[in-house]
Design a protein around this ligand. Structure first.
Ligand code: ATP
Ligand code: MG
Length: 577
């Protein structure tokens, strides 16, 4: 492409709502333009990158034996009623009516549609296993769309679904998909990690996420410095360092703590370590049908530890999603507000985290306004009903495997694979006949990749002060030819034209900056760096005086003079591999 005829939509200003570098650079380099919250136009340059990523994803999926299909974005409500997700999905599911007043939604995912398709097409176990995938637009009415295409409302996903006659087959395909994902992210040149994950509202048991490591990532992932253990913080487990002490048990005492409420403030006032305080959090219970009840439950944690809400809401009888009791309700039922609560004489179900099990001479709220108890010890009057792991692991906790310690890093989730089991096939009655002629429900797996998110994730890992530094295989163009002052020199114009034509002949993706004198050389250089093209040739009368052109490698910044006679040979060597 010649830039004079191309929409190179670079901008100088960084948009005010762009918080992270990839979002800023995607706007500045002219890859996308915002239409409305969470909705983006892909401009020519951005679309080329998106297509390159799609190509790699498609090649690896095809290699795995998966069959490409394309399902509608618009889905009718009946299917979602069958799986019971029409209500469950909450506000992320954009629902609307057609002209006949029938309910529809925009697909946030396609488990229902593919299960419906497969139940209609497959009849025998002999046809299994089968893997289908598509690369297509999804819509989720995200509560907080942000970071550009990273968390958009409309985005491109590669979603795949597999169908099986038994667990063994599901396990095999799951492992194969794991490997396929590994290959995809490796080919994309990303620094990534796979972690054990929570399966959330999609359902099922085993699940892994793939995260691109980046400080801007919205997720926290935990891994062992020695062993293989790696998990999303939502379900990560670890051991706390035991604080050994020979301190004798003391007698408890009620002390005035006035208006101090936070553990830090109370610790400061009493001159004790925060870890010597018990934090008491009050949440709602849940009845057998899963409805939030007015029963209050106390969760006990060591003062220096944080609650892991995902772990807590999975406990029997605890409201899911977790709901903290209001200060008003707590005061009404317990007699004091948040900040003075403690397990002593507290007539609620009390769930203790492992971190408080071995505490002694601890401090906790006295369940009276402005009062705490110091030197408390577990006893009949101050006890918990059960112990559970409800703590968020922290950096330097001990790993349960291999004796290493845990490291916590931020990640961008770019892929997620699940073993769904029979969740959808049961609900939609998707069966095939087994070898004995008996109808059996198929087992399913599902596998997603955030294709459009990958563009942003790649930029998070591939940029410098000057702009984007695209890895070769997803760059929108391989080479940019910058011609300087072609209006003054016939030779510059001719050589850049002939080189450009030759590159096209050779199948090299080339962009030529043939803009006239209104665009200064400085701007041309800066823009070629901003948009991150891996290789650049500058053709100017100055270098032609030495019978040469100047080559620059975007990533290393190395410059090299290439003799005009050797130029084509040089490009063949550089770009044909
Ligand atoms: P997240 O926790 O980031 O919301 P998710 O668990 O909801 O992700 P999945 O349902 O597993 O995501 O979807 C598969 C993939 O689609 C994700 O791994 C992610 O890369 C991508 N994805 C999900 N939501 C968005 C979004 N709002 N914008 C862009 N990509 C998304
Ligand atoms: Mg989500």
């Amino acid at each position: 492409m010649r830039i004079s005829q191309y929409l190179l939509a670079t901008v100088k200003e960084t948009p005010a709502d762009a918080e992270i570098i990839s979002h800023k650079l995607m706007i500045r380099a002219g890859l996308v333009r915002k239409l409305a919250s969470g909705l983006y136009n892909w401009l020519p340059l951005g679309l080329k990158v998106l297509n390159n990523i799609e190509k790699i994803v498609r090649e690896e999926m095809n290699k795995s034996g998966a069959m490409e299909v394309l399902m509608p974005i618009v889905q009718h409500a009946e299917l979602w009623h069958e799986s019971d997700r029409w209500e469950q999905m909450g506000e992320e599911l954009l629902r609307f009516k057609d002209r006949h007043s029938r309910d529809f939604c925009l697909g946030p995912t396609h488990e229902e549609v593919i299960t419906d398709l497969v139940r209609g097409e497959y009849t025998s176990y002999k046809q299994l296993p089968a893997i289908f995938y598509q690369i297509q637009t999804k819509f989720r009415d995200e509560r907080r769309p942000r970071f550009g295409v990273m968390r958009a409302r409309e985005f491109i996903m590669k979603d795949a679904y597999s169908f099986h006659i038994n667990e063994e087959s599901l396990q095999n395909t799951y492992e194969q998909m794991y490997q396929t994902y590994y290959n995809i992210f490796q080919r994309l040149g990303l620094n990534f990690r796979s972690v054990v994950a929570d399966s959330g509202s999609i359902g099922g048991n085993t699940s892994h996420e793939f995260h691109v490591l980046a400080d801007s990532g919205e997720d926290e992932i935990v891994f062992s410095t020695k062993g293989d253990y790696a998990a999303n913080i939502e379900l990560a487990v670890g051991n706390l360092a035991i604080k050994n002490s020979s301190e004798a048990r003391k007698d408890s005492e009620i002390v005035n703590t006035g208006s101090e409420h936070s553990v830090e403030a109370v610790a400061g006032l009493l001159n004790i370590g925060v870890y010597k305080i018990i934090k008491t959090l009050i949440v709602h219970g849940e009845d057998e049908e899963g409805n939030i009840s007015d029963e209050l439950i106390a969760l006990l944690l060591r003062g220096d530890q944080e609650l892991n809400e995902i772990k807590a809401q999975k406990l029997q009888g605890v409201a899911s999603p977790l709901k903290f009791a209001s200060d008003e309700l707590i005061t009404k039922k317990i007699g004091c507000g948040v900040g003075c609560l403690g397990p002593s004489n507290l007539k609620l179900r009390k769930i203790a985290d492992h971190s408080v099990e071995n505490l002694f001479n601890f401090t906790c709220g006295a369940n009276q306004p402005g009062k705490h108890i110091t030197n408390m010890n577990w006893s009949e009057g101050c006890a918990y009903d059960e112990v559970a792991d409800i703590r968020k692991v922290q950096e330097n906790d001990y790993s349960l495997d291999g004796g290493g310690i845990l490291s916590v890093k931020r990640g961008i989730e770019v892929g997620h694979i699940f073993q769904l089991g029979k969740k959808y096939s049961d609900a939609l009655n998707a069966t095939v006949l087994d070898s004995g002629g008996k109808a059996v429900t198929m087992l399913m797996g599902c596998y997603g990749i955030g294709v459009s998110r990958l563009v942003a994730a790649s930029i998070e890992q591939n940029h410098d002060q000057k702009g984007i530094v695209w890895p070769e295989n997803i760059a929108p163009f391989q080479l940019i030819i910058v011609q300087i002052d072609a209006h003054k020199s016939r030779q510059v114009a001719d050589l850049s034209d002939s080189t450009y034509e030759k590159c096209i002949e050779m199948g090299i993706e080339v962009l030529m900056d043939d803009r006239d004198k209104k665009t200064s050389p400085g701007v041309k250089f800066a823009e070629s760096e901003l948009i991150g093209i891996p290789h650049r040739l500058v053709i100017s009368s100055r270098s032609l005086a030495e019978d040469a052109v100047e080559y620059t490698h975007r990533q290393h910044g190395e410059k090299q003079k290439v003799k005009t006679n050797d130029l084509i040979q040089f490009l063949v060597k550089l770009l044909s591999s």
